[in-house]
Design a protein around this ligand. Sequence first.
Ligand code: B3K
Ligand code: ZN
Length: 844
Amino acid sequence: GATIYLKDYTPPAYLVDDVHLTFALAPEATRVRSTIRFRPNPEAAGRDFFLHGEELTLISASIDGTPVTPEVTPEGLTCAVPDAPFTWESEVEIAPARNTALEGLYMSNGMYCTQCEAEGFRKITYYPDRPDVMATFTVRVESDLPVMLSNGNPGDSGPGFAEWHDPWPKPAYLFALVAGELVNHPDRFTTASGKEVELNIWVRPGDEDKCAFGMDALKRSMKWDEDVYGREYDLDIFNIVAVDDFNMGAMENKGLNVFNSSCVLASPETSTDMNFERIEAIIAHEYFHNWTGNRITCRDWFQLCLKEGLTVFRDSQFTADMRSEPVKRITDVIALRARQFREDNGPLAHPVRPESFQEINNFYTATVYEKGAEVIGMLKRLVGDEGYATALDLYFERHDGQACTIEDWLKVFEDSTGRDLTQFKRWYSQAGTPRLKVDESYADGTLTLTFTQETPPTPGQPDKLAQVIPVAVGLLGPNGDEVQPTTLLEVTEAEQSFTFTGLAAKPVPSILRGFSAPVILQRETDNAERAFLLANDTDAFNKWEAGRALARDVLLRMLNEGTRPDPAFLGALSSALADDSLDPAFRALVLALPSEDDLAQAQVDAGRVPDPQAIHEARQRMFDAMADTLHDQLAEAYEVYQVPGDYTPGAQHTAARALTNVALSLLSRRDGGKLAQAQYDSADNMTQQLSALSSLLIAGAGDAALAAFEQQWKHDRLVMDKWFSLQITHAKPAEVAEVTDRLTQHPDFSMKNPNRFRAVFGALAMTPAGFHHASGAGYRLMADWLIQLDALNPQTTARMCSAFETWRRYDADRQQMITDELRRIAARPGLSRDTGEMVGRILG
Ligand code: B3K
Ligand code: ZN
């Protein structure tokens, strides 16, 4: 495919004042009529007129009322046009019922819906489909369906039609249309300045009882954005729609957010605590985009992190405020390491602001989103909370209504704080995770910390320059008291020292508190010191981090030296578990061992070739040792932290359930599943039911419960997704591929529904000992199905190719098997650009 470069950006030849669209909906033959007022862009004089358009049948076109015959290619059309303002009209035909790619206008369970970001609008009509062309939209939808929605405020409506007008200029990627037999959960919100806003969550009949939590999360988000960022909502109505067939989580279309139903529908009976927290975060994320994304959008797709990094950062702040700040930070870092560090360490590594792409949908990545958010967190740490608040006010004031770049974003911080961000900007252009080594020396009351930074080469970037790394440090005295509260060091050089003077004794440093920068910290230390920090650190993140490093070290020694589970580690866990002053959620996190994938990467970092089976077994042995050693404490915690009364999804009850369910999973290794069966039988919410089922599977006593679960929930697609996943993640490594294969033959398996496909093949990819089993059966099965899915849905296929991104970690046999499969995919005739680009990059 053709590669597109950031350096080649040119402004659009023609700008759009306004757009009128009429949709005559029909599954096989929808007619779309557009009337678009163009004017030449003075900044791009003399350039040719081009409209994007793909998979459209052009019926007619005219300019200022005179029919024209444009030159049409598979990518779009060109046409001779006046060098003055003119009105373009066209009519095209499209077939939403045949759109299985779920991009553009498509159908899901009889309902029409759209997904336009990044470049889906060109599958709806001919248009300059680029984010720096912003226009007001007026939309008329015609059908006999009862509910017809689009962006903005409602206009006229009557039998067979509905009109919408969006007064805020927007790029085409924020366009949306929904029509179907939907029912709504209504509510209202009054903004700080007294504007009344009508709120709706639209769902399929039968799902009305799963909207209340999402609605409450929406109202809390609206209030929070007013309180914390001074941002009010700007239309008379805000609609959310739940759709079953959706390629990702949700979409921030102006005034009409479209959600994967898994990211909005919630009820205690069908959703786990984790589902509730995720739904709350995604509702907030999409709502926050109204200012960071919609009112201020991106000039081009290379600037994607401008809206995504900032909006992820904002939704993390929101969750931290709604729930527990330390728990949110720890879980964010676990996810960052699992997804973004993994990406940065492999063939798909790319900068937060990529410089080239073939298919932009392949760059909605952990790097753009999560590292993009980390970069903003660092900026905030460097300029301080007030500096950040002032800069954001200036950003909204200066750039409202514009399509912006990272340069615009950084200039706002430079102008409002006076800080030079030239070096900081490298965080946007250099890929890879910096390794930050720290050496310490102590003499005569002075501690010297010497930092050395180095970022390994990544594809296309052999050499890296030093970055500015904010390092939050605190010092603990030998008795555990804090002798130096958290202070921020700014490491700007390849090697740089800092001193702390006037110390009474050699302290224990706590470095990179709060995970103040997305780097890999390398420090010579021992497990006694790690245990000391786990017991004494006042920084919750580093306290957890010490326990995590301890666990990793102990597991690696079991793997590499054949040692038994370390009693000192078990003792440290026991102390943490016994500490009632600690949040139960924190204790649950301490009891969770590093993942198999984490340990594989740790092996690679230590210069070894990971053995997925051995890693799996070491972890199982450690869990067994925990079950034996901590038995009485676990049994007690299981009793003490049971949540009485009705289910509520708040942080406190969630935390208690997290602890009791970790305890249950460990206890179930020794009681044949007795306790888990009791919990299963009495569960009145999905968190308790699913944890019990998972523990029964751990105990090897889950068959009856699995069958009962299926019987109980076979009518509920979202719950059944869990049922599919759980069987794969709990299968024995040698049986994982077989179980996966068997589940694809289940009557409820469908490739057309991305949630179900991910429930099965995402689970396979996330079960390393099974996926990487020496037989190669996991690889083959994955490749077989990705090839089939690509013909229907390139976007979801391409995303799932990242299952193979770690192939270079493994032994020669596995490398051979994986690359054979990747080449088999690549050789497939008619392979999509999306998958072709991913497979090409992974093979390198
Ligand atoms: N902006 C959308 C993602 C669109 C993905 C296109 N492949 C959701 C979000 O980040 O809020
Ligand atoms: Zn987003």
